[in-house]
Design a protein around this ligand. Sequence first.
Ligand SMILES: Cc1cc2nc3c(=O)[nH]c(=O)nc-3n(C[C@H](O)[C@H](O)[C@H](O)COP(=O)(O)O)c2cc1C
Ligand code: SF4
Ligand code: SF4
Length: 315
Amino acid sequence: MENRRNFIKKSAMLCAALSLSLPAQARAVQRELKTRNPKSALVLCYSQSGFTSRYGRLMACILKDRGLTVDLADMRSFDKRRLADYDLILIGSPVFYYDIPSNVSDWLAAMPKITGTPVAAFVSFGGPEGNQHNALCHILHLLAEKEGVPVSMGAFRSIPAYPTPDWDSANQRSGEHLPNEATYNQVRNFTRQVLERVKQGQPVSYASEIALREMARMLPLVWLNKKAISLHTVDAAQCINCRTCVKKCPVAAIHPEKQFVDRDKCLACFGCLNNCPADAVVMEYRGKRLYGFPEYLRRKKLNILEPTEFQTCSL
Ligand SMILES: Cc1cc2nc3c(=O)[nH]c(=O)nc-3n(C[C@H](O)[C@H](O)[C@H](O)COP(=O)(O)O)c2cc1C
Ligand code: SF4
Ligand code: SF4
């Protein structure tokens, strides 16, 4: 009797686990590509600590090497009206809080139509359970809504630039030397695959997974983190007025001259802390002072490996 009860219990648990990792219905875009022979490409990234833009730059260098005219740009300063000028568009974002950051999804939702333009999505992410697949599907979905034709998606791991007091957890350590040559080979293969699919006129179908991680995305994670940030200000004595934090902040929430952070606007992305060169952004997480990504690299004596292409590529 006890065995039977156990069996039923285990079967129910297994069914629940499986149902939580089933793929949703695949989305396929049935639209002609505007060209199978792209002459120009745009690699557009949002990047907070530099990983996504590093991968995007490598893609741009490879595409240039293949004879395309390539523009590499930061999403925040790019004029959306120019999107229709390109034969191929690659969009890159980090995964934040199990999804793409809201400033990226807002930017993509506000794009004009790019009918028939082949589009590829890529993300950089910090951990294997980071929900990167669904973040990629989110980008492709928003691009398909603008009538772009998805041709590929790729996720590339990096050191997690998430500066909570858990820097040293096992998850952080397992990725601490990334990217390595294998990561860059994945980026190179992805770029070649994008070109190949465009040449063959092969759109890709995509399906987000209904996984536990996807459920986590529905939690108010940004709000919860903001609650945990017990102090967020600027130390006037340390600040050198370089305005890096202002340039990095996606929502204009930080005002170093007034030592003020608009906590309502803030997305808890840690971009100000992770990029301040003077250790002047003061953030406490549940009363514990945080330090930014450059300081993390110093403490761990880590140097980020750059791809060899950067020695000759002018982008
Ligand atoms: C606020 C924040 C939230 C993050 N959330 C996730 C996440 O949910 N899943 C994940 O895999 N990585 C997560 N990470 C790690 C980043 O995705 C990773 O460090 C990424 O490469 C950063 O890209 P960037 O250097 O272009 O900003 C997070 C990092 C930050 C700063
Ligand atoms: S990045 Fe740091 S030093 Fe530069 S303006 Fe902001 S707080 Fe000041
Ligand atoms: S103020 Fe908030 S939203 Fe702006 S960079 Fe800092 S953490 Fe990100």
